[in-house]
Design a protein around this ligand. Sequence first.
Ligand SMILES: Cc1cc2nc3c(=O)[nH]c(=O)nc-3n(C[C@H](O)[C@H](O)[C@H](O)COP(=O)(O)OP(=O)(O)OC[C@H]3O[C@@H](n4cnc5c(N)ncnc54)[C@H](O)[C@@H]3O)c2cc1C
Length: 404
Amino acid sequence: MTPCDVSIVGAGPYGLSAAAHLRTVKGLELRVFGEPMSFWDRSMPVGMFLRSAWTATQIANPNSSLTLEAFQAESGNHFETPVPLDHFIQYGRWYQSRAVPDLDQRRVAHIEFDPRGFRLTLQDGEVFSSRRVIIAVGIASFAWRPPEFQGLPSSLVTHTTDHRDLRTLTGKRVLVVGSGQSALESGALLHEGGAEVEIIARSGRIHWLQGWASKTLHRRLGTFTRQLLYAPTDVGPAGISQIMARPDLLRRLPRRVQDKLRKRSTRPAGSRWLVERLREVPISLGRSVASVAAEGEQVKVRLDDGSERKADHVLLGTGFHVDISKYDFLAPELVQSIRCYNGYPLLKEGLETSVPGLHFLGAPAAWSFGPLMQFVSGTGYASRALIRCLAGTKLPRNGHEVFS
Ligand SMILES: Cc1cc2nc3c(=O)[nH]c(=O)nc-3n(C[C@H](O)[C@H](O)[C@H](O)COP(=O)(O)OP(=O)(O)OC[C@H]3O[C@@H](n4cnc5c(N)ncnc54)[C@H](O)[C@@H]3O)c2cc1C
């Protein structure tokens, strides 16, 4: 069987946007796999709002026709920022139905080397070859559970991604660990759903986005100056936002500067609209968990100041650590061939790994292309970079051009 030109694995914002862009390339045989928007549907809590601004919540498509505005007009759904989770999921599925109607919803079970590029096995056993593979499967495999919580049953400790509906914890005493958006919003939803909540945060203060200083700056600045300081991609503070929006520029800066800017742009923070919702929720700042033990149907948590808490459940809002070896569908020889740093693949132009023809989009690309890749607003850069890379390049191993 002749191999297909390009396969995209993943149907979240990155996979869908890449597919929409690559479909514009004449003569390219493309296959796209994954359940559309499944991470947003299964691993984020009912009642959640997106943190990203309106302009940063658009999934890029080649002629900018598949916008949130177009979705609203066509579906009759009206919403504004903060964008409610269920509307964003509907938007993503609407986008898929327009841009990638032939999406194959089967999972890719295995990817390995093949003399013609890569050999993919689907969940039902179908096998085929592809000259190029673009992996856009997101962060679900990277949920970070600190070592002290390992070994405890899921009845006592879960990660925020384990929950679709936090109301299953109604009436329980819940400790939420973390100080980022996910921990804080989960804390608010749990409190509103009737749980008794306490948030434990390592940092000495909660960083609120769109705080007093930022709001004053926004109000005082004219539109021109505001646009000069803040890119529509909405990643990073004033000024730095413009650098984050330009991964090709960021990549040219010394590594230690890149790291500093990245840290500043993605430090744990919560949306301003959570302040009021968390007013009655106790937050212990500057505290980390020293030890944890199950005690019957409860969990006993000792903090580094010696104080103890007993709870029915601990919810980890401890984020994600990228490590592509955790993608269980990648053959070990393939993973070993990819040059990596700290679990991130080292990518060159076109978000291509050291294995020719193998690309990673989304969060795994953040080490090489900056934190923009962790957000929906990075889909435009990633998809355009892919097109640039593929246009006119030779395909791996067989020597034929992708596009004649
Ligand atoms: C709680 C929370 C809130 C967030 N809020 C925001 C926000 O407000 N704004 C923002 O920009 N970002 C937000 N993010 C980040 C968000 O996760 C990313 O922006 C976005 O999901 C990246 O899209 P993606 O396509 O890389 O991955 P995903 O959306 O995770 O999509 C992955 C896709 O891969 C598919 N897949 C996985 N494995 C396979 C396989 N083996 N075979 C086939 N398909 C597979 C899945 O079915 C899915 O379709 C948030 C993240 C979290 C956890």
